[in-house]
Ligand binder design. Structure first.
Ligand SMILES: Nc1ncnc2c1ncn2[C@@H]1O[C@H](COP(=O)(O)OP(=O)(O)OP(=O)(O)O)[C@@H](O)[C@H]1O
Ligand SMILES: [Mg+2]
Length: 259
């Protein structure tokens, strides 16, 4: 049974449809990358998967839920949002923030169980931050905060990891570290990953599926079927090359211009 099945799904806000007739499946072993220009609906798709917004039409299935009515599946998805704002004066350590990942799983009067404390330690090791556990979250670098949020999303542990631009705003070395943490989580936790990104290149050796979203258009499927120059050039409205170096594929925008 697939973890996610979207069949001809349309979604958006009020009367504004953001994407239409999107079909894809996510299996247990999949690492799926979603990318495309700004404003095409990547975060809207993430919100639809989470059940934050309801699909307008089409049939949806996520971890046994149809996304109509009350769906408990949201608690089973480890989510790193595109934007996470924490008051810099809020006195929370990295460990405190990671532990909050289990709060949605607790009953109203339930205390944090030892099992979650152990899980928080393990998750911090997975993302390579255990020695920073007592550092105030707001004092960490952007890249460390991103890895901290990944450790938080891995509380549960979840059945799907959903990451919305997990490396946005971090430097090149931090980006490599965040992506290493994501790959380690994918392998160690044995759960499917959905990563929304503007740069698919770092994921090309691990990704199995892709959704390329454009304005009023999208392509979804296996990487080898979908990651093609004609599709990318159409979506980005400029010449995009799919190149190979030392057996690894990557994409390259050759000729950017002001539209
Ligand atoms: N809460 C909202 N209410 C109404 N419209 C919204 C809302 N959130 C987003 N939109 C609109 O929906 C469209 C898709 O937005 P979305 O944030 O999903 O794009 P995105 O692909 O994630 O963009 P980015 O790459 O900039 O993160 C945009 O036109 C945006 O203005
Ligand atoms: Mg977005």
């Amino acid at each position: 049974m697939s973890e996610i099945v979207f069949d001809k799904v349309s979604a958006g806000y009020d009367r504004k449809i953001v994407f239409e007739n999107l079909s894809f499946t996510l299996e247990k072993h999949d690492f799926m990358v979603i990318f495309g220009p700004n404003g095409v609906g990547k975060t809207t798709l993430a919100k639809t998967i989470l059940g934050i917004i309801s699909p307008i039409s089409g049939s949806t299935y996520v971890l046994g839920c149809t996304l109509h009515g009350v769906c408990p599946h949201k608690k089973m998805i480890g989510y790193v949002p595109q934007v996470y704002n924490l008051d810099p004066d809020f006195p929370a350590t990295l460990f405190d923030i990671v532990l909050t990942g289990c709060y949605p799983l607790l009953k109203p009067t339930e205390k944090v169980h030892q099992i979650y404390i152990e899980q928080a330690y393990r998750n911090l090791k997975t993302v390579g931050l255990i020695e920073f556990k007592d550092v105030p979250f707001s004092k960490l670098s952007s890249g460390q905060q991103k890895r901290g949020l990944l450790a938080r999303a891995l509380m549960g542990p979840p059945k799907i990891l959903l990451l919305d631009e997990p490396t946005a705003g971090v430097d090149l070395v931090s980006e490599v570290q965040v992506n290493l943490a994501i790959e380690t989580a994918f392998r160690d936790f044995n759960i499917p990953v959905i990563a929304i990104t503007h740069d698919i290149n770092p994921y090309l050796s691990i990704a199995t599926k892709v959704i390329i979203m454009g304005y009023g258009k999208h392509y979804a499927g296996r990487i080898d079927e979908i990651l093609r120059e004609e599709i990318l050039s159409e979506i980005y409205r400029t010449k995009v090359d799919v190149l190979e170096k030392e057996g690894k594929r990557y994409i390259n925008i050759r000729d950017a211009h002001y539209g």
